[in-house]
Design a protein around this ligand. Sequence first.
Ligand code: SAM
Length: 259
Amino acid sequence: MTKTASDSNSAEQHKEYQNDLPVIIDGKPYPDIKFNALDIISKTSFFLGILLGYSLGLLPRFKYTNLICYIIFLAIFHFLEFYLTSKFNPGKVNNDSFLLNNGTGYFYAHSLALAEFILEVWLTPSSWKLISFSTVNKIVFSLGLILVIFGQIVRSLALITCGKSFSHLVKRERLADHELVTKGIYSYSRHPSYCGFFWFAIGLEVICFNPISTVAFAIVLWNFFSHRISYEEKYLLEFFGEDYKLYKQNVGVGIPFIN
Ligand SMILES: C[S@@+](CC[C@H](N)C(=O)[O-])C[C@H]1O[C@@H](n2cnc3c(N)ncnc32)[C@H](O)[C@@H]1O
């Protein structure tokens, strides 16, 4: 089956369908300028660069290092979403590939995390939100850091390995260039970009010692990915039949209790 624009029933899906075939210049694929408004891309990159640079400058000066790390990792994550898509999947890159436009739920989740951090610093008497507060804090921070770095690496490898078969929106039509990917990171996890994001986001809350957001993120993300995976796999089974069935039998997801 190949794509037809009329089959898509949302504006976003339509936008991505049209954007699926890269522009070829001198035999190399290039992002389509129609979907890559350079003013938006330069402003977004500038904003992420300022955020990253300012946070790095604050790192040795501000005592809540964990909160600064949160912002640094988030800025790197959003930069990498666009960068890796443009590098390994230029046919599908567009202004939204930064994934900053990730719905109101995403915005509220990070606002909740920030609010929890500030309120707990403000309302609780001791300085238990500092990494240096105790040995337990240092251990918890290190575990959180491992989760964040692990999650980011797994997510990045997914974007690199899946290449042109990756799309930020779930495809309901098999495109001409859509191949089943089972190699590399996909031989360890069936959904490495979701697995990576899951552990990355939880790790961010752990490094900030945010108990409420850690639990809330785990529940909300688990629920989201559990539904997303069954929806996505309905189409993957349609596209790749027995091959996907076999792949599913042999490779897990990497998110607890999602098979
Ligand atoms: C946001 S990407 C996520 C990919 C994958 N679920 C992951 O977590 O790495 C969604 C698109 O990837 C495609 N996809 C998912 N798994 C795939 C695989 N193993 N090979 C090729 N395409 C895949 C789906 O058809 C969907 O359109």
